[in-house]
Design a protein around this ligand. Structure first.
Ligand code: ADP
Ligand code: MG
Length: 254
């Protein structure tokens, strides 16, 4: 059996008194698209943020391609990874947020190349060439010199995707990438994601786009009150008769 891209093992997460993730076990297979759906507040963002080590788990562990993320267990003891170990594991994971989080004072090209120059210490020319290649990939080669304020929301999100891809991750996480967009702009972002999926990128996407989950997702996971209630192929998850909590979710959110 090949090692999963991400392995979530008995993960719980607590904020103070509130248990927001309850003993999650999930394997994200390589080269597949896993969609996370569930009501607001069910823990979708928290789970995704734990996979990117933007949050620490309270208990349990997360492995990225078989490598522990954040902590190393040895001889029954848990120690924090060194910064360089953590960097190496984390660099496999790219993340795209609902709010695109672009630097307003930098052009599209600047936004994509900045991380390469700062994180990867790449010389400017090389970083810009690579950034340009990524902008081309998301269909924005003619917008490289534009500032975020001169771009539509869909274009800004595509810049954010290019920025994450430039760092050459093997896994891409998306947290409601189209939720901040006007409906007519979601298609261009979903198309970029679909193309990435077709190339075989391993992806985990939190999304309310049920059409996308059904047509592009290999697996759909349903999170409810911090619990992974079930995960299966979209055909099985969406087929009637549906789980009552899923039925309620679909009624409320769609
Ligand atoms: P979702 O993405 O499914 O809407 P979240 O993962 O954002 O859900 O949140 C799950 C629960 O955790 C919610 O009850 C939320 O209020 C709580 N929560 C999220 N982030 C924090 C935080 N930094 N501090 C305290 N509570 C938080
Ligand atoms: Mg969320």
């Amino acid at each position: 059996m090949t090692t999963p891209a991400i392995s979530v093992q008995n993960v719980s997460k607590r904020y103070g008194e509130t248990l927001v993730l309850r003993d999650i076990n999930l394997e994200i297979p390589r080269g597949e698209v896993t969609c996370l759906i569930g009501p607001s507040g069910s823990g979708k963002s928290t789970l995704l943020r734990c996979m990117a080590f933007l949050e620490e788990t309270t208990s349990g562990s997360i492995l990225i391609e078989g490598e522990p993320l954040g902590f190393i267990e040895k001889d029954g003891k848990r120690r924090a990874q060194s910064p360089s170990e953590l960097r190496a594991t984390r660099s496999k994971v790219g993340m795209v947020f609902q709010q695109f989080n672009l630097w307003p004072h930098m052009t599209a090209l600047g936004n994509v190349s900045a991380a390469l120059r700062r994180v990867r210490k790449m010389p400017r020319k090389e970083a810009e060439e690579r950034a340009m290649a990524q902008l081309t990939k998301v269909g924005l080669e003619d917008r490289a010199g534009h500032y975020p304020s001169q771009l539509s929301g869909g274009q800004q999100q595509r810049v954010a995707i290019a920025r994450a891809l430039a760092l050459d991750p093997t896994i891409m996480l998306f947290d409601e990438p189209t939720s901040a967009l006007d409906p007519e702009l979601t298609g261009e972002v979903l198309n970029v994601m679909r193309a990435l999926a077709d190339e075989g990128m391993t992806m985990v996407a939190v999304t309310h786009e049920i059409g996308f989950a059904a047509s592009v997702g290999n697996t759909v996971c349903f999170l409810d009150q911090g619990k992974l209630l079930f995960h299966d192929t979209p055909e099985k998850v969406f087929a009637a008769p549906r789980h009552p909590r899923l039925e309620q979710f679909l009624d409320t959110y769609l």
